[in-house]
Design a protein around this ligand. Structure first.
Ligand code: UT7
Length: 324
């Protein structure tokens, strides 16, 4: 049976750090409030960089870690909602930047914070069907560009980042064991960012755009419930139990959400990876950035069961279980 094995990871976060103390000077907030309600201490903010440049840097690092030449990549899938252009896709820019062969399919998927797991799910299906042998899968977002920096309810939560994996078709028991993606468009207005191409081509207006809007309390409750269910789904799909999880890498939105999920699964702290204290919520960048840090920190070994779970605007949610 063909599986998608993750053979390399990479990530990139902008150099510019914005601390909670910096935000105290911008909006009516405090380091104490942000840290205690979210677990976030600082976040990175892009300074002139766009999503495709960040994505390409993370992708290059993943290729290097995998020991794979760009010429051997036969699929590029990027999860993002903050491309620098309506089109081409971020994936096409990444393809050109990394020298991935002309003719290779490259496209984006739009699923907000679930974007990376959506991209992984699509790429996994290509690999398992035999349509691709080596895929570059990236999650990237630059939410600093769609945040209202005068809205304390949202600006303290998000940051910019990118992460990537190279997956390779392999026979055997290592790789993606189960993967699930879901959405429920009825709840679109829980978390959204307006902005679109002009609706009337004869109007002389610029593209309509606006800042990210979120119903934080409701989103919080739905996130805890939904992510818990998605983990169960990933485990059942792979015939595993919570005890089998070596490391849970959840979407890094709020430490209280992660703690609630951890308690529900009765997992010890060392089996749940978090880095949101330093990055905040980087949307589609969140999970692959955390994975790359977990790998670099030696927290992932061959044979480990890694479970990913995400939740975001759409509403969308997704999960995957992987044997490393
Ligand atoms: O990635 C996609 C998924 N996203 C999420 O999962 C995010 C889910 N939501 C959350 O993480 C939390 O709901 C928030 C962190 C956004 C908010 O935390 P909360 O504990 O739900 O706070 P709240 O919205 O109930 O607000 C409590 C109080 C309010 O003041 P009053 O009405 O009690 O006087 C807010 O106005 O905290 C106030 N507040 C703040 N105070 C200081 C809201 N934001 C801030 C702030 N600094 N930055």
């Amino acid at each position: 049976m063909l599986r998608s094995r993750i053979i390399g990871t990479g990530s990139y976060a902008p150099k510019k750090v914005v601390t909670n103390r910096d935000l105290e000077r911008m909006v009516e907030t405090s380091d104490e409030w942000i840290a205690s309600r979210t677990g976030i201490s600082e976040r990175r903010v892009a300074d002139g960089e766009n999503a495709s440049e960040m994505a390409a840097k993370s992708g290059k690092a993943a290729l290097r870690a995998a020991g794979v030449s760009p010429k051997d990549i036969d699929l590029v899938v990027v999860g993002t909602v903050t491309s620098q252009m309506i089109f081409p896709s971020t994936a096409c820019f990444v393809q050109a930047a990394l020298g991935i062969r002309a003719g290779t399919p490259a496209f984006d998927v739009s699923a907000a914070c679930s974007g990376f797991l959506y991209a992984l799910d699509v790429a996994d299906k290509y690999v398992r069907s035999g349509a691709a042998k080596k895929a570059l899968v990236i999650g990237v977002d630059v939410f600093s560009r769609i945040i209202d920096w005068s809205d304390r309810g949202t600006c303290v939560l998000f940051g910019d980042g990118a992460g990537a994996v190279v997956i390779s078709a392999e026979k055997g028991s290592h790789g993606v064991l189960s993967s699930n993606i879901h959405s429920d468009g009825r709840y679109w207005d829980m978390l959204y960012a307006p902005g679109s191409a002009r609706s009337n081509p004869f109007e002389k207006t610029e593209c309509a755009s606006g800042f990210l809007k979120m119903n934080g309390n409701e989103t919080f409750k739905i996130a805890v419930r939904t992510m818990g269910g998605a983990i169960t789904e990933a485990l059942e799909g792979a015939n595993l139990r919570p005890d089998d999880i070596s490391l849970l890498i959840p979407h890094q939105a709020n430490l209280r959400i992660i703690t609630a999920i951890r308690d529900r699964l009765k997992l010890s702290d060392d089996r749940v990876f978090t880095n949101l204290d330093r990055y905040g919520n980087t949307s589609a960048g969140s999970i692959p950035l955390a994975l790359d840090e977990a790998v670099a920190a030696g927290k992932v070994s061959a044979g480990d069961i890694i479970v990913f779970v995400a939740f975001g605007g759409g509403l969308t949610w997704a999960s995957a279980a992987v044997r490393w």
